[in-house]
Design a protein around this ligand. Structure first.
Ligand code: ATP
Ligand code: MG
Length: 722
């Protein structure tokens, strides 16, 4: 057998990991050292060389995107398609199990997944109907409590309120919320995991079946497993299977969502004889970037400690830009991306990272004005857009009449004369009779409601029943098309003035395309519509559905985990923003932010820019910000400050370390100054607006009279000084 392709391009430590005998293994290594690569090669090795059936493997990754990529890479390595391979996220795999064994999981066959927005809406409505003090009980906090308990694997009946009335109240919210979800056949993200765990725990034969089947468990990003995920893995591993997990303690960034990096130690206790393999060579980043990352993370305590090195080039220093405000920051980033593309690079190779989703808006505006296509990961995603959720709600109601969240969403959308009072009556009937809104509506339409309201409700119920009948035998794409037309949504958004309405209609049509392009997973054995709806809910957490256009990547630092890009911007590097305000006073919180910073820096392969603004408008207020303390943790020798545009001399900024301004020296070295007139062979006459870099990297921005503004590398441009 020819095993070379699988073992090619691996270093010794990687090869050792890939070819380990069947025993528990923990690969623990820093960013960019090839952990994910090892996992992929291990899968290929097991199938091709060890003769393991693809059905006997289960691999967990962190995002659906990563799962798709992993499957693609395994297929490429093996040269054959690997269908039915169980590769997915914890949520995706848990969902698959629950679909297959819905009865044992005590769920209706067509249960629906709700995302965190839906969940919040349900909680808001619940609090309202319980008539509790809304100043005291904040929906988000209640949501936080419920999900936190679920992530730990705890049901309301397990919680000891310790006589604390507040806690007792929260527990009672939790159980009411559970009742609502059970009644509607709704499953939130945390519930997927908890249910899947209970499914196995309470059905030993089923568990035994899966334990026999999955002799090989592989987990990427192991440092970010939470309690319930780890418990699920342990159950599955049982006594015989040998998990192979890879991770990096320095990249644990989901503690706030229940992840426990301690699982790395726990694993070694739970699986005695665990082989530990360390990878130390980094293949991703230049020396400058890697050294900067190492220096920042060195400020954390209690690390497992790793020594990452590269034999690649040192590369350019990290560029630091102090923007005047957030717009200037965005303009700067856009200009650098434009240069990048002008040099013949792909837009998709550039990523702009930020700490919070809200920061994307200004960056997006800058990109839109510059007509540079981009895609936002996280933030407002295709499947989370209002009109898409409306259409999905119709589809869900068709599949599952008792879905209260969907019922509420579209009962009067488009407007059909069902007022707030009527809806309130439906709700209270549902509460009193512990039934779904759908049933309640049917019941009161015939007796309690007056003529007009009754007619409006009945015609809504009829519309849904009629649509359900009409689409029954259509294929998925036609189902979706029919529903967006007949529901009246298209008509409704057409009335919305201007571009907004048009965009919504475009999006609805895009949903039909998404349905057309949707390929049901042969391993799922579900109705295509149900699978599509589940896919929409799971996918909403990730990229947009829009095509494969070459576009700049915008995302939070959290969503960048595991990815890599030749050009990276870390924007909004200001204290309070990053590190985030709520963590600056808490040492554990601060360390987690620092790990996030480490993740951010190590996404960059060739070029890294760090930007911060001196003034920033956030939530409608002007704030003066100081540079992030993490900037000060990068040693000077790896950093080069980019000259700001407007000022020639400015007070020395503090990055938490002494720093001398090199502006004057730089100018002298380059023999140019701002405002200087120059002549270029091709572009003609112009004025120097800005410059950055030193030595061979020195570049100037010139405003040419006819050719417009351009950045030029000084050593190539052959400028004549005038
Ligand atoms: P992260 O911690 O960010 O998830 P990782 O440890 O999973 O990183 P990979 O993404 O697997 O690292 O690898 C980083 C980059 O290095 C990838 O582009 C990968 O293809 C490349 N790489 C890894 N090992 C080698 C190798 N032995 N030879 C050449 N390239 C390699
Ligand atoms: Mg990885």
């Amino acid at each position: 057998m020819d095993v070379t392709p699988i073992l090619d391009n691996l270093n010794d430590a990687q090869r050792q990991a890939v070819t380990l005998p069947n025993e528990p293994a923990l690969v623990i290594a820093g960013a960019g050292s090839g952990k994910t690569r090892v996992l992929v090669h291990r899968i290929a090795w097991l199938i091709d060389v060890e003769g393991v059936s693809p059905n006997g493997l289960l691999a967990v990754t962190f995002t659906n995107k990563a799962a798709a990529e992993m499957r693609g890479r395994v297929e490429q390595l093996l040269g054959i398609p690997v269908r039915n391979l169980w590769i997915g996220t914890f949520h995706g795999l848990a969902h698959r199990l629950l679909r297959r064994h819905y009865r044992e999981a005590k769920l209706p066959q067509n249960f629906q997944i709700i995302d965190s927005d839906d969940q919040l809406r349900i909680i808001k409505r619940m609090l309202k109907s319980l008539d509790v003090d809304d100043g005291r009980w904040v929906p988000r906090e209640v949501q936080w409590f419920i999900n936190g308990q679920k992530d730990e694997g705890i049901r309301p009946q397990h919680i000891d309120d310790e006589g604390d009335p507040d806690k007792r109240q929260l527990v009672s919210f939790y159980s009411t919320y559970e009742e609502i979800c059970d009644r509607g056949g709704l499953v939130d993200f945390a519930e997927l995991l908890l249910r899947a765990h209970e499914l196995w725990r309470e059905n030993p034969e089923l568990l035994a079946h899966y334990q026999r089947r999955f002799q090989h468990l592989l987990v990427d990003e192991f440092q970010d497993t939470n309690a319930i995920q780890y418990a699920w893995l342990r159950l599955l591993a049982g006594k015989t299977s040998t998990p192979f997990v890879v991770g990096d303690d320095d990249q644990s960034i989901y503690r706030w969502r229940g992840a426990r990096v301690e699982h790395i130690h726990q694993f070694q206790k739970d699986f005695p004889g665990t082989r530990i393999i360390k990878l130390e060579q980094n293949y991703r980043s230049t020396g400058m970037i890697l050294n900067a990352a190492n220096a920042v993370i060195a400020n954390n305590m209690g690390r497992m400690g790793k020594n990452l090195w590269t034999d690649g080039v040192d590369g350019d220093p990290i560029r630091l830009y102090a923007a005047y405000n957030e717009r200037d920051e965005a303009d700067f980033i856009v200009a650098r991306i434009r240069d990048w593309v002008d040099q013949g690079n792909l837009r998709a190779e550039a990523a702009v990272l930020y700490r919070s989703n809200a920061q994307s808006r200004v960056l997006e505006e800058g990109l839109i004005n510059a007509r540079i296509p981009y895609r936002v990961y996280g933030g407002l995603r295709f499947f989370e857009r209002m009109e898409i959720k409306d259409a999905l709600a119709y589809l869900r109601l068709i599949a599952h009449r008792d879905d209260d969240a969907s019922f509420e969403r579209v009962v009067n959308k488009p407007t059909r004369g069902i007022g707030a009072r009527t809806v309130e009556m439906i709700r209270s009937y549902a509460r009193a009779n512990a039934c779904s809104l759908w049933r309640a509506a049917g019941a009161i339409a015939s007796d309690e409601l007056n003529g007009r309201a009754a007619n409006a409700v009945l015609s809504f119920l009829n519309l849904i029943e009629r649509m359900a009948r009409d689409v029954e035998h259509l294929d998925l794409q036609d189902k979706v098309d029919h529903v967006i037309q007949i529901s009246g949504l298209i008509e409704f958004f057409r009335k919305e003035k201007g571009e907004a309405g048009e965009t919504r209609i475009e999006n609805l049509n895009e949903l039909v395309s998404a349905a057309k392009g949707f390929e049901p997973d042969p391993a799922e054995e579900m109705q295509p519509l149900d699978e599509f709806l589940a896919h929409a809910a799971l996918e909403a957490g990730e990229g947009q559905a829009d095509a494969w256009e070459d576009c700049v990547q915008l995302m939070t630092m959290h969503s960048a985990k595991g990815l890599e890009f030749p050009l990276v911007f870390l924007s909004g590097m200001e204290d309070g923003l990053f590190p985030h305000q709520r963590s600056v006073s808490d040492p554990n919180g601060l360390e987690e932010e620092r790990r996030l910073c480490y993740v951010g820096i190590t996404r960059a392969m060739q070029s890294l820019y760090i930007t911060h603004a001196e003034q920033r408008r956030m939530h409608g207020m002007e704030n003066f910000a100081i540079p992030s303390r993490f900037i000060g943790e990068v040693p000077d020798e790896y950093v080069e400050e980019v000259r700001p545009k407007v000022q020639v001399s400015r007070p020395v900024r503090s990055y938490g370390r002494p720093q001398t301004s090199v502006a004057q020296a730089q100018q002298a070295e380059m023999g140019v100054h701002l405002g200087q007139r120059v002549r270029h062979g091709k572009f003609g006459d112009g004025v120097i607006l800005n410059y950055e870099g030193q030595g061979p990297h020195a570049r100037v921005e010139v405003n040419f009279e006819t050719a417009g503004t351009k950045w030029l590398v000084l050593s190539y441009a052959n400028l004549d000084l005038m």
